[in-house]
Design a binder for this molecule. Structure first.
Ligand SMILES: C[S@@+](CC[C@H](N)C(=O)[O-])C[C@H]1O[C@@H](n2cnc3c(N)ncnc32)[C@H](O)[C@@H]1O
Length: 350
């Protein structure tokens, strides 16, 4: 069997996820085609070459895939009998490399959600049956993706090149003191777009930050929580509890015209609802003029051809940053808490 890749995404974003993997595969000269249906919450990318799915999974950087939450190489699709699901799963393992542990996912859809309880109950008996087939030293996870109680995809994913979270979803609790639900986006962005080492290095207490389009203060709250001093730029009203922290100055100004007095800003964040190309240009200005070191910002997506817009904006950003001649990073993700937008991290290293 020629293996395929299974990529899960937010329901409704299948065509963007498909367009992205199609393009990334062709950049690696891997031929294949994406199969998906609207609202099913995942995409299958069928490769023509026998080892191509494994190669894509190894060589594409998961952190560079915007619309994919989680992914796996599919080695088999199974229809199992409710009476004995375990035997066919064990029989299908011959095509798999040794795996360190078992993970079970399902599409993030209303139908898929019903698999949650089943998978919880099924884990223990399946792990018992797997026994020594699970090797602690392996760099892979045995990944099952259940469409319903009897149909599943079986395969693996590389631990170092996939999301550590079940279904690629980081669930966060809304802090009661935060003034808006958008606060979760920035919290998630710090966790997903930076790894642990980068968080330790880039996010430090006492840093200066600017929040463009800050009101009512959900993103500012995340910066204040991380002990930063924040210039909050917006014509709206900021939450009083944030102003009382003494860490926030409110500037009732246009975020596109605002310039910090001192160019010693560590973090620029921006959640203004504006054309994505315009926000991209603004971020590029702040980064290339060295007004800030790190930026996290949202790009609001158009109704159609969302991947094309994202690709164009990110290319523009990378091109502009490359012109500095300095080492830079750009990563973007359609986060769990994002809806019609993606979140981007960018920085220039001195
Ligand atoms: C989605 S809300 C931001 C929510 C905020 N991140 C939070 O977590 O509470 C967008 C904000 O951008 C502001 N905004 C839009 N255009 C702006 C501009 N040109 N300059 C400053 N603020 C702007 C709006 O007033 C609005 O408060």
């Amino acid at each position: 069997m020629n293996h395929s890749l299974l990529l899960s995404c937010r329901s409704g974003f299948e065509s963007d996820c498909a367009a992205e993997i199609q393009q990334r595969a062709s950049q690696l000269q891997v031929a294949g085609f994406a199969r998906t249906k609207p609202e099913q919450g995942y995409v299958l990318f069928e490769c023509f070459g026998a080892d191509d799915a494994a190669r894509l999974h190894r060589e594409l950087d998961f952190r560079q895939l915007v619309f994919t939450r989680q992914w796996q190489v599919v080695t088999a699709q199974l229809d199992v009998d409710q009476g004995d699901r375990i035997t066919p799963i064990i029989q299908a393992l011959t095509e798999l490399p040794p795996c360190a542990r078992l993970a079970q996912d399902w599409p993030d859809t209303n139908e898929g959600k019903q698999m949650s309880g089943f998978c919880k109950k099924f884990s223990r008996p399946l792990e018992n049956a797997l026994g020594e087939k699970l090797l602690a030293k392996s760099d892979c996870v045995l990944q099952l993706f259940w469409l319903n109680g009897t149909t599943l995809y079986i395969g693996y994913r590389l631990i170092a090149n996939s999301s550590p979270y079940s279904m690629g979803i980081l669930r966060l609790r809304q802090p009661s003191e935060a003034p808006s639900r958008s606060t979760l986006k920035l919290d998630e962005a710090f966790s997903i777009l930076l790894n642990e080492q980068e968080r330790e290095l880039y996010v430090q207490s006492g840093q200066q930050a600017v929040d463009l389009g800050a009101c009512p203060g959900g993103w500012t709250y995340q910066l204040v929580r991380r002990s930063m001093y924040v210039a909050a730029v917006d014509n709206g009203l900021m939450a009083e509890n944030l102003m009382a922290s003494g860490q926030v100055r409110h500037y009732r100004e246009d975020g596109f015209k605002f310039e910090p007095i001192k160019h010693n800003i560590s973090w620029l964040v921006c959640d203004m609802v504006e054309k994505p190309s315009r926000v991209t240009q603004l971020m590029l200005k702040w980064l290339t003029q060295r007004w800030c070191r790190y930026a996290i910002f949202n790009l609001k997506l158009p109704m159609k051809k969302r991947f094309a817009e994202v690709e164009q904006d990110l290319q523009q950003l990378k091109k502009g940053l490359a012109q500095t001649g300095l080492h830079f990073e750009v990563r973007a993700k359609h986060l769990y808490h994002d809806r019609e937008e993606i979140t981007v991290f960018a920085c220039i290293h001195s």
